[in-house]
Structures are given as structure tokens and as C-alpha cells.
Design a protein around this ligand. Structure first.
Ligand code: SF4
Length: 379
């Protein structure tokens, strides 16, 4: 951002949502293109120091109000030793005004979730766990190179519940090579049997630069049949609806009242401050928006703190409105459409991708399934 942009950013709406990135992982999974690193655990104490420096700097530089959500994502936040996790949670509570009923989520890998850690998370105010289960089928887990198995996932879930975590989400992945409709149905059934409050189902994507992408290019991993992929998505819709979950976003299902408040902030284009290596922030004055991101590599992030920003961009009002429409149409409830998109909306309605009900636009089931077509039309 140029200097004109820098001065304008002070006029933005206050942040009520905080994302904290923890980039450490035990092992880099073959499909993963997140900002995540294996073999860097020794950097954790310095990394938490740097996070604290960045957060103090951010609080002085930008307007923050009472935080409604805090989200620890990764990477694998559950890898932080309990003492460091407790320190970071206490620091955030001491530095920001966290609402008494704030949603505080931590992403946890079942393999690194134990009693001492759950106790430290609960003490620090975490009230929602997002468990990276990904699946229960050993063959699919092997393709994904997940080093957790079904029994670890089940044990971590039961332990968290027994210790009093009332809001637990499970992540699952479909369209995985070798995963049949039957094994996916079995995975869905085992996930539902745990009685989670929220389920995210992600379609596996082969991202350039990942090991899985290379293995597919070399013919060592088969293509996934497109019809099977749609069948699997359809099976998720049927099974999760039958179990009492509502699909409230393209990839997310929840029991009533357990929709992720933090992720809804993204889909509604609310200002979110992102702290940590590679984290993105989004700010708006209601018309123009700004997005910026931190340096990605943990060592460089630590060296840069507290001025951790790598780069950013300004979204002029039309582009910001297009993004908000595209994101709002990820959610089943949709939104009041911003003005200036009548032509696009008519086309999307004719294509059966959206509907208009009492002044709002929302995606149809087809629009949820084919959201990329909505994005292409709107952006
Ligand atoms: S645990 Fe998650 S963030 Fe870490 S490498 Fe695997 S997929 Fe990526």
C-alpha cells in the first residue's frame, strides 16, 4: 500500500474479529498448500514472542472494539505446548477486550490433542474446537498423508467432550483418490456418530507445488471421477441433513446455533485482523476495502516483528462490492445485493444458480454446488 492508502486505513471500521496463525506442523501433508511448516518446532517460543509484538503494534495502529471471535488456525495450533498456548491466550485476553460470549476457536489435530492441552485451552477461554479429522478410511488418509488414524480422531473427540468442550467441529475431505462412495458414506456415518455440532466437508483440490499434485502429474495417483465427486457431495447433503445439520455455506454444515461466527465474518466481509506468519487482514470503510498480509516464513516473520506486513492491496468500491457479493452468495441465507450488479444477477437467476426472496439474493442448491460459476460471473 502507498502512503495515501496507509493514512486512509486509520478510517476503517473497527476490528471485532481476530485470526491468529500458528504455522507449525508435525509433517507436511502431501495435499497441503497452507502456510505450514514441519521441523520448525524449536521456533515456537520466539514465534509467540513475535505474535505478542505484532498484536500490541496492531492494537496501537488500528481501531479494535470488543472482540466477538478469536480463531487460532494453522498449521496446527494444537502443537503448541500447553504453557505457550496458555501464555498466548492470556496475552490476547490482557491486550484486547474479548467479549464474555466471544467464540474462541482452536484448530486441533487429533494426534496432538491430549488432556493437558485441552485443559490449557479451556482455562484460556477456548470454547470451540475444530478437529482436523479429514476421514476415517485408512486408504484415503494414506493418500492425504495424514498421520492420524480413525481411533485417534475418535479418542480426541471423546476426550474433548468429556472435558467440557461444548462446540466441536469436524473437518472431512472428499473426492480423494481411491475413496469410493461407500467409504465416504462410512466416513460420514462415523463422523455423525460422534455427534459433532458442526461439520466441514472439503473437496480435495490438487494445488500446484504440492507433493500430491506432482504425484498425480506423474501418474502415480489416479484422477478422481467427476461423477463420483458429485455423488459424494450429494451423499454429504443427504446424510448430514438427515442427521439434523443445515448446510449454511458451500462447505459447511451446522446444528442450529452452531454456525461458525468467525467464518461468517469472512463471508460477510467484516473486518478481520490476521496476526502471525502469512496471515491476511481485511479492513473496510464501508466502500473501499484493504487487504494486506504478513511475511510468510516463520523465521522471517519473527525477525520482522512487530512490523510484519509483507504487502497489500486496495480494493476500489466496485471490486470490494463484487467480492462481498461473491462471498455472500457462498452462504445459504445470502445477502441484500449491493447495487450495480443487476445484469449479473439476472443471468445467474436464469441459470438457476441464485434466487431472490424478499429483497435478498441467495444461492440455490445448484448455486451452492457450483459456486465457482457464481464467482466467475460476479468478479
Ligand atoms: S496438518 Fe493441516 S496445515 Fe499441517 S501440513 Fe497437514 S494439511 Fe497442512
Amino acid at each position: 500500500m502507498g502512503s495515501a492508502t496507509r493514512s486512509k486505513v486509520f478510517d476503517v471500521q473497527p476490528f471485532r474479529h481476530l485470526y491468529v496463525h500458528v504455522p507449525f506442523c508435525r509433517h507436511k501433508c502431501g495435499y497441503c498448500d497452507f502456510n505450514a511448516y514441519a521441523g520448525m518446532d524449536r521456533l515456537m517460543p520466539d514465534y509467540v514472542d513475535a505474535l505478542e509484538l505484532e498484536l500490541v503494534f496492531a492494537r496501537e495502529r488500528y481501531p479494535f472494539q470488543q472482540l466477538e471471535t478469536v480463531y487460532f488456525g494453522g498449521g496446527t495450533p494444537s502443537l503448541l505446548p500447553p504453557t505457550l498456548a496458555a501464555r498466548l491466550l492470556a496475552f490476547i485476553r490482557g491486550t484486547f477486550n474479548v467479549a464474555p460470549d466471544a467464540e474462541v476457536t482452536l484448530e486441533a489435530n487429533p494426534a496432538s490433542t491430549d488432556e493437558a492441552k485441552i485443559a490449557s485451552w479451556l482455562d484460556g477461554g477456548v470454547n470451540r474446537l475444530s478437529l482436523g479429522v479429514q476421514g476415517f478410511d485408512p486408504k484415503a488418509l494414506a493418500v492425504l498423508e495424514r498421520r492420524t488414524d480413525a481411533s485417534q480422531a475418535t479418542r480426541a473427540f471423546a476426550l474433548a467432550r468429556a472435558m467440557g468442550v461444548r462446540n466441536i467441529s469436524i473437518d472431512l475431505i472428499y473426492a480423494v483418490p481411491y475413496q469410493s462412495k461407500a467409504t465416504w458414506l462410512d466416513t460420514l456415518g462415523r463422523a455423525v456418530a460422534l455427534d459433532p455440532d458442526h461439520v466441514s466437508t472439503y473437496c480435495l483440490s490438487f494445488e500446484e507445488g504440492t507433493l500430491l499434485y506432482r504425484r498425480r502429474a506423474e501418474g502415480r495417483v489416479p484422477e478422481v471421477d467427476a461423477d463420483l465427486q458429485w455423488d459424494q457431495l450429494d451423499a454429504a447433503c443427504v446424510e448430514l441433513a438427515a442427521a439434523g445439520f443445515r448446510r449454511y455455506e458451500v462447505s459447511n454444515w451446522a446444528r442450529a446455533g452452531f454456525e461458525s461466527r468467525h467464518n461468517q465474518a469472512y463471508w460477510r466481509c467484516r473486518p478481520v485482523y490476521g496476526a502471525g506468519a502469512g496471515a491476511h487482514s481485511y479492513a473496510t470503510d464501508g466502500a473501499t476495502a484493504w487487504r494486506w498480509w504478513n511475511v510468510a516464513r516463520p523465521r522471517e516473520y519473527i525477525a520482522a516483528a512487530p512490523t510484519t506486513k509483507a504487502d497489500g492491496e486496495e480494493l476500489e468500491p466496485r471490486k470490494a462490492a463484487a467480492e462481498s457479493l461473491m462471498l455472500g452468495l457462498r452462504t445459504t441465507d445470502g445477502m441484500v445485493a449491493p447495487s450495480g450488479f443487476d445484469g449479473e444477477l439476472v443471468k445467474l437467476e436464469r441459470a438457476g444458480l441464485i434466487q431472490r426472496v424478499s429483497g435478498r439474493v441467495s444461492p440455490t442448491r445448484r448455486g451452492l454446488d457450483l459456486h465457482n460459476q457464481i464467482a466467475l460471473a460476479v468478479l
